[in-house]
Design a protein around this ligand. Structure first.
Ligand code: SF4
Ligand code: SF4
Length: 472
């Protein structure tokens, strides 16, 4: 008869992510971020745990499980702010664009540089009242991030000039640091615009999807011509300017554009330092990504990972897709929220209404207020809870402290509520974590100490795989 004390294994699947590195099996612990190289008995034990009731384990396996538990009792420190201040906004400056991207969900006309009275543009009085509202809440020494968004925001350049100049004036007098990010299609840059962006330290993200032929197919102008050449011309123009940070490339991954590695390597070789990937959000079925696309996307991730691996120190920062997670794991920074939507970040519509983020703009069910009535605290409450605790699926996910709980808006679009994550999103996120762990192990910082059976990192109290061997 087995006299070992009963072990609760119900949460093992939610505590460990299993993955392999160079053919060797590893476990990643959700809370301590510990990595354990495991031997075959622990691997088979985990398979049993996944497929069988506790009764199927023998006494050695139960002892091993107890040991695993004892190795992972350290809880990560929660570094989430308890009452975050509203320090970041996205301004939807207009509803107009000179391009006709095939997958776009926002579309109006293609006026070039909108007149102040345009119904397709945020009015200056509205913009002023919005930025004043947020600046008034900020204390000296704090920072304020403004995302300039559209449509194509540079078609509202006169409005951008007014907003930035006004914010600078107030921020300087209140000792508030400002940062701007302009999301642009990269086709509407003049000398005047470049010089303004340069002198006000505005960072740029260019939407550029792929090689010229593929990009032009997806992102033509309103006349049907290609837009790639103009973007390249403008990128080179910016390179010669004194703009401190070169534009990052933002690639929209969609069903017609899943060759992530080809796009990434092409853009890096063209001169972009950073390539960001946005996964499509659209109601156009032919562009929508589905769970069935995961195997293909996984192969693309592997190609990107292996490319970075060839020159880790220089290539890691080329895509936040993996580097953000890598840094989080390396520096032991747990995440209780996926993003600051509704907490520290507000999306502002053209009429000045507040929403949890730029993607919620226009969905009045989620309206959080406006500059006159202020923030509606009860509407905002839903967004103040830590995502990984308030989302039932996330609460038992082994990568929850790295992911932070996923995009509430994606959840809403695909599953009807902000709390239930989309299957494809989770598959990708878990694989992103695996890729980052793979790079970390490659870097040797953790792998070498694991092999020696020592602590995996100075700051972590841990034991090695030797512990499992003893127990097993
Ligand atoms: S969104 Fe998915 S991957 Fe992220 S914590 Fe939740 S269940 Fe895990
Ligand atoms: S809810 Fe989604 S789209 Fe909105 S800020 Fe968060 S991650 Fe971004």
């Amino acid at each position: 008869m087995d006299c070992a004390p009963r072990i609760d294994i119900s949460d093992l699947g939610s505590s460990f992510l299993q993955f392999s590195y160079n053919g060797k099996p590893f476990l990643f612990h959700y809370s301590t971020f510990e990595l354990f190289e495991i031997d075959p008995i622990v691997t088979s034990l985990f398979n049993k745990v996944n497929n069988n009731p506790i009764e199927a384990l023998n006494s050695q396996e139960k002892a091993a499980l107890r040991e695993i538990r004892s190795l992972t009792q350290i809880q990560k420190k929660d570094r989430s702010p308890t009452s975050p201040s509203l320090s970041a906004i996205s301004l939807e400056l207009n509803h107009t664009c000179n391009l006709r991207c095939k997958y776009c969900y926002v579309f109006a006309n293609d006026n070039h540089i909108l007149p102040e009275s345009s119904p397709h543009q945020m009015r200056w009085e509205v913009a002023k009242s919005v930025v004043d509202f947020f600046l008034n809440q900020l204390t000296p020494g704090s920072s304020f991030f403004i995302r300039l968004f559209g449509g194509e925001p540079l078609l509202s350049f006169p409005l951008i000039k007014k907003i930035v100049s006004h914010v600078e004036e107030i921020a300087t007098s209140k000792n508030i640091t400002t940062e701007y990010l302009l999301i642009t299609n990269g086709t509407v840059l003049t000398d005047e615009i470049v010089s303004f962006l340069e002198s006000h330290n505005v960072n740029l993200a260019f939407s550029v999807d792929s090689t010229e032929i593929k990009h032009d197919k997806l992102r033509p102008t309103s006349t049907g011509a290609g837009s790639f050449k103009k973007i390249e011309e403008n990128r080179k123009h910016i390179k010669k300017s004194n703009i401190k940070k070169q534009p990052i490339a933002n690639v929209v991954v969609n069903r017609q554009n899943t060759d992530m590695f080809e796009n990434y390597s092409f853009l890096i070789n063209s001169g972009y330092k950073t390539v960001n990937f946005s996964f499509i959000f659209t109601n156009k079925k032919e562009f929508q990504l589905e769970t069935a696309d995961f195997p293909k996307l996984k192969k693309e991730y592997i190609k990107i990972r292996d490319y970075i691996l060839e020159d880790l120190p220089n290539r890691l920062s080329t895509t936040p897709l993996i580097s953000d997670i890598f840094q989080r794991l390396k520096n032991n920074i747990a995440r209780k929220n996926f993003c600051g939507a509704g907490k520290s970040y507000i999306g502002v519509g053209m009429d000045g209404s507040f929403y949890p983020c730029h993607r919620f703009v226009g969905n009045t069910k989620f309206k959080l207020g406006d500059p006159v009535s202020g923030i509606n605290d009860s509407a905002r409450r839903l967004f103040l809870q830590p995502h990984i605790e308030s989302r039932p699926v996330c609460a038992i996910c082994p990568v929850r402290n790295v992911c932070g709980g996923g995009c509430g808006h994606t959840n809403l679009m695909y599953n009807g509520g902000i709390e239930e994550p989309r299957e494809l999103f989770c598959l990708l996120k878990k694989f992103e974590v695996e890729c980052a762990l793979y790079l970390l192990l490659h870097e040797g910082e953790i792998y070498e100490t694991c092999k020696k059976g020592e602590k995996t990192e100075k700051s972590r109290e841990s034991k090695s795989k030797e512990g499992y061997k003893e127990a097993a």
